[in-house]
Design a protein around this ligand. Structure first.
Ligand code: ADP
Ligand code: 5GP
Length: 202
């Protein structure tokens, strides 16, 4: 079934740092051919292995502020001392083309989109414990101990927000978490109101 003449679905995914959100979002983008990843703008520097235009658009604070003043962002937030924002026109273009779009954004940003009354599916990914989260961040090997402490403090605040999301996935075993993510995406694509345009074609 080709959904491309219909508007895509916006999947808003949040998680504490180290919960495995990037890993799961990448798996979803590879698995579902119609899903696109929204590439955010950020003022932080690229980590080892990250690429401009694939992981983020890395910009200066001055550029970010210009974009903010022009109203270029669907939402934006300051996270761990850096600015992050979702490009409004780009996301709208992909949705109009019928692609589903995954936004990997923090809780503050997700709340902004929700408060604007935008239609979307809100998914929260949680680690099985904060200790596991710490271990994953250490293994990822890109953040200092001080940075990891800061991220875990933030994680506690983010976990307190999990209950207003539509779905919560606990990422213990990666394969199980991905099964759940796939199930959520497929169920949302099958919602009766989203399938209505297809009925006359049957
Ligand atoms: P986030 O984007 O939420 O900060 P990442 O996807 O970068 O997290 O994951 C953090 C680290 O944990 C990465 O090295 C990743 O390979 C690893 N990881 C993710 N999910 C799991 C899992 N279920 N079990 C073990 N390691 C995982
Ligand atoms: P990281 O620096 O580890 O890639 O991301 C730090 C946090 O910023 C993560 O929680 C990530 O989801 C969030 N983030 C990434 N892009 C955006 C964005 O465009 N907007 C908001 N609000 N948060 C973002």
């Amino acid at each position: 079934m080709d959904r491309r003449e219909e508007r895509g679905i916006m999947f808003i995914v949040s998680a504490p740092s180290g919960a495995g959100k990037t890993t799961l979002c990448r798996m979803a983008v590879e698995h579902f051919k119609d899903i696109r990843f929204s590439i955010s703008y950020t003022t932080r520097s690229p980590r080892k292995g990250e690429e401009e235009g694939r992981d983020y658009h890395f910009v200066s604070e001055a550029t970010f502020k210009e974009m903010l003043e022009r109203g270029d962002f669907l939402e934006w937030a300051e996270v761990h001392g850096y600015f992050y924002g979702t490009p409004k026109d780009e996301v709208e273009r992909m949705l109009k083309e019928g692609h589903d779009v995954i936004l990997d954004i923090d809780v503050q940003g997700a709340k902004q989109i929700k408060s604007k009354g935008k239609e979307g599916v809100y998914i929260f990914i949680a680690p099985p414990s904060l200790e596991v989260c710490r271990e994953r961040l250490r293994k990822r090997g890109v953040d200092s101990e001080e940075e990891i402490d800061r991220r875990l403090e933030n994680a506690k605040k983010e976990l307190a927000e999990a209950l207003w999301y539509d779905y919560i996935i606990i990422n213990d075993r990666l394969e199980d978490a991905f099964e759940r993510l796939k199930a959520i995406i497929l169920a949302e694509k099958s919602r009766a109101f989203r399938m209505r345009p297809f009925l006359p074609k049957i």
